[in-house]
Design a protein around this ligand. Structure first.
Ligand code: PGA
Length: 243
């Protein structure tokens, strides 16, 4: 299966960046799928700039309801209308900074699927939880409660302590967690859980991508900081094994 390299721009990126970025990624040869999740304000422009390139655009969050009196929120049908095909849900910056619970994330996943978007559900432990030997239990519990029955989408394992810090888990730790996630998905979703893509995220850079992406059960990467430069994102994609 082709790997997916997904860029999460977070609250970065301005209109002036869009054309140059789109031009750089669309003209590069690649052997992975590519997805860019810019701020909401740039989805429409980026999707237009990437038309016909096969490179997808996604949102970074959505509300569980299709519309309503929710000041500052964005709905899944609105993302789809703007040109998004994916949406990142349950990122630790949402779980921690906006108090999002697993139940809330599950509601968003249902909304995303109903709108025809592919949800990318993020899970991951804090460093305190890892130090306490609870990492796998925390991640299993997040999966159990954030994924609705019949979930179809993508999982991103992002240890909270590895996000934006330059620190990454050992290859053995990533492989062990991805195996645990695969087992939990199969237990929760049956046959379908055996093939869902599991991304690794947290300080993925051109220099460490090859070793992380070659690990068993790693189906691609969710890339924050390094996705802001087309050159770095493409170097990460180049480092992925050919599927
Ligand atoms: P990072 O962010 O690559 O900057 O660590 C990853 C993420 O938060 O998705």
């Amino acid at each position: 299966m082709r790997q997916l390299i997904a860029g999460n721009w977070k609250m970065h990126g301005r209109l002036a960046d869009v054309q140059g970025f789109a031009q750089a990624v669309r003209t590069a040869t690649r052997h992975t799928d590519l997805l860019i999740c810019p701020p909401f304000t740039l989805i429409d422009r980026l999707a237009t700039a990437l038309t016909g390139s096969g490179i997808a655009v996604g949102g970074q969050d959505c509300h569980p309801a299709p519309e309503g009196a929710y000041t500052g929120d964005i709905s899944a049908p609105m993302l789809a209308e703007a040109g998004a095909a994916y949406v990142i849900l349950g990122h630790s910056e949402r779980r921690q900074g906006h108090g999002e619970t697993n139940a809330r994330v599950a509601g968003k996943v249902l909304a995303a699927i109903a709108a025809g978007l592919t949800p990318i559900v993020c899970v991951g432990e804090t460093d305190e939880q890892r130090d306490a030997g609870e990492a796998k239990d925390v991640v299993r519990s997040q999966l159990m409660h954030s994924l609705p029955e019949g979930f179809a989408g993508i999982i991103a394992y992002e240890p909270v302590w590895a996000i934006g810090t330059g620190r990454t888990p050992t290859e053995a730790d990533v492989a062990a967690m991805h195996a645990a996630i695969r087992a939990a998905l199969a237990a929760r979703l049956g046959e379908a859980g055996k093939t869902l893509k599991i991304l690794y995220g947290g300080s993925v850079k051109p220099g460490n991508a090859a070793s992380l992406l070659a690990l068993p059960e790693v189906g691609g990467a969710l890339v924050g900081g390094a996705s802001l430069k087309a050159e770095d994102l493409l170097a990460i994609a180049d480092a992925a094994p050919r599927g």
